[in-house]
Design a protein around this ligand. Sequence first.
Ligand code: HEC
Ligand code: HEC
Ligand code: HEC
Ligand code: HEC
Length: 370
Amino acid sequence: MGNSVYRATLILGIGLLLSCSRKPPERYLLFTGSLSGYLEACSCPGTPEGGLNAAGYLAREFRKTHPDAILVDAGCFTPDTTDTLNAWFITRGMMAVGYDAVAVGSCDTQSTYARLWERLPALSEKRPWMAIRGVLLVRVIDQRAPDFAAAPKHDYLVFLSSVGREIDEELAKEHGPDAIIEARGEFQPFKVGKTLIVPSVPRGMALGVLKLGPGGADAWFIKVRPETPTDPDVDLVLEEYSKAYRAHIQRTATKLSFRGPGFCRFCHKEEYEAWKTSAHARGFETLVSEGKTDNPWCLTCHTTGFGKGGFVDPEKTPQLAGITCESCHPGGKCPDNPPPKGKLSDCRVCHTKDQSPDFREETYWQKIKH
Ligand code: HEC
Ligand code: HEC
Ligand code: HEC
Ligand code: HEC
């Protein structure tokens, strides 16, 4: 009898103690940012690993041990250049991975994409904040945070921002959220007051993990490695993307307007010899060894005129497999009306920061000079 009263008092005591100092539970927030339409990695030098299919795999694995982890994207998930088909399929891919919230960043606000957002759990102009499992997520795209005074009670406040680190610092001072996840940025996580400001690793090259606890926020990254598997659901979306792109090409392809280097060779023998031994001539073989000859995105840079009345497939247009003369000298009709001579500034159409981080006009031209 005495014993059970004692026990009851003890339980009551502990109960009281707990309710007085209720600490919010720890929360994990998984995040990406600046996916830029990368459903998969480009195996080119700049982004050898990554992509939504790999980052999505890492998120799914993490959630096996932490089913409550919240998956968010901080913004800039659509391609850098207007490409509605790509924007549509990256959206589909994110739905397949099961994002809880996707911030439409300052870089995603192409009006042509607006209808895509309706399919996602998007944080946008219409709905700038959302509360999930005690975490209030607020989308920030300029100096002024949206008004979230009407938001429900929450344990943690996290901004998903695409404004850049300087403005983030100001926002941290003004609102003091637990963390600000930046869609872009090349900096180490740092603190302003109690606010942790963390960048996202672009193109799905790593999955960010933000741990929110009563003692503060902490963040780290799980890197995609060459051996990281890919998410089968995203790979299905990728297959559909390839099919859709092909259908699109077949509809828009005009009459073949490229002649291939074999024709140019008749009169430009030296240029041809120089080109033949260059990496450009082998651009398609690279895709063969990567098993990516069906990926429309790779084809736009590794072949000639894909989607513009040029390369279709290696059977129909073997002469346009690879980066041939007309990739750099399009149009014209030699000898009467020669095509443009070619400008080094055009190299960057393909030699982007992502695909060719070491690109220098002078040194690269030396290797393909003709
Ligand atoms: C029948 C011969 C002939 C063929 C075939 C030919 N060219 Fe030419 N090309 C010429 C002649 C001639 C010139 C003019 C040279 C000059 O003005 O000094 C020229 C000039 C050029 C120039 C230099 C333009 C400039 O402003 O200096 C480029 C680039 C060029 N051709 C690319 C091509 C490409 C690409 C092909 C294949 C699609 C091709 N040519 C096929 C004969 C030919
Ligand atoms: C249509 C797209 C495209 C354009 C335009 C282009 N390149 Fe390339 N370039 C590629 C691709 C793709 C590769 C990789 C080929 C491979 O090995 O599969 C490449 C590879 C190279 C390489 C070999 C790199 C190495 O270290 O081995 C050099 C050099 C190069 N390009 C120079 C240039 C220069 C200079 C220009 C502009 C005058 C240029 N490229 C324009 C697509 C392009
Ligand atoms: C925006 C244009 C672009 C796209 C899209 C692109 N590549 Fe590339 N890729 C390049 C360029 C440019 C290089 C050469 C970079 C360098 O050497 O500086 C390259 C190089 C490579 C290389 C290294 C080749 C070598 O010989 O070392 C591989 C592999 C490759 N790309 C595969 C792919 C695959 C697979 C895809 C599609 C998933 C793809 N690329 C999409 C432009 C592109
Ligand atoms: C990767 C891009 C690229 C490819 C591929 C390429 N060229 Fe050029 N080409 C250039 C550039 C850039 C120049 C101008 C260089 C300069 O200003 O000195 C040029 C110059 C030329 C010229 C003018 C040369 C002169 O002395 O005025 C001719 C002709 C020519 N190319 C023909 C060809 C032919 C034929 C092929 C294919 C066998 C080819 N090019 C492939 C980029 C390319």
